[in-house]
Design a protein around this ligand. Structure first.
Ligand SMILES: O=C(O)CCC(=O)C(=O)O
Ligand SMILES: [Fe+2]
Length: 183
């Protein structure tokens, strides 16, 4: 990523992750098939298994079985299905990476829906820094196109506290937006 972004220090994004006290976690999700009998009149309906949200950490590395369900939203209210591939990893940008890249990479809103015939299973590895890590975009991410820091610096502990004080789908990254843009 650093290479693609033209950042000379290649370890700038990875140093947090490799620290022993990193706060990464692994989550196993199981979405049983929805109960068709409850929805006999509306066979096109679906249940939301995991509500709309963005992942607060740096990156999410997701593996699933071959059952569809993951959807991403690039525009409010428009959902795009992600084709399931049990041999691939789906990598989501989390809120912290959006801050660390000064908005170049955008944290993606997503959700998982259930279907009526087969269980979806997924394993997500949420890559997070140590709690006291200071989250701020490196100066090289401040460019003529983005001449100032879009977000105020904060620690992961502060961000995590805000995340857990809000509901899953609430926008939390905007709370840390800098109001004044220096030209
Ligand atoms: O199961 C999925 O595909 C998505 C899971 C997810 O978004 C999460 O665990 O944060
Ligand atoms: Fe997620």
């Amino acid at each position: 990523m650093a290479e693609g972004l033209g950042v000379p220090n290649k370890s700038i994004f990875s140093t947090f992750i490799t620290q022993l006290d990193n706060d990464s976690l692994l989550r196993f999700n199981h979405y049983p098939p929805k109960d068709c009998n409850k929805d006999r009149d509306n066979s096109n309906s679906f249940n939301v298994g995991f509500g709309e949200h963005s992942d607060p950490q740096i990156l999410t590395i997701l593996r699933s079985n071959d059952v569809a369900g993951l959807q991403i939203s690039l525009q409010h209210g428009v959902w795009n299905p992600v084709t399931p591939d049990p041999f691939a990893f789906c990598v989501n940008v989390g809120d912290l990476l959006e801050v660390m890249t000064n908005g170049r990479f955008m944290s993606v809103r997503h959700r998982a829906v259930t279907n009526s015939y087969k269980s979806r299973m997924s394993v997500a590895y949420f890559v997070a820094p140590p709690l006291d890590a200071y989250i701020v975009a490196p100066s090289v991410m401040v460019t003529p196109n983005r001449p100032s820091l879009l977000y105020k610096p904060f620690t992961w502990a502060e961000y995590k506290k805000v995340t857990y004080s809000l509901r899953l789908g609430d926008n939390r990254i905007d709370i840390f937006k800098n109001c004044t843009q220096v030209e």
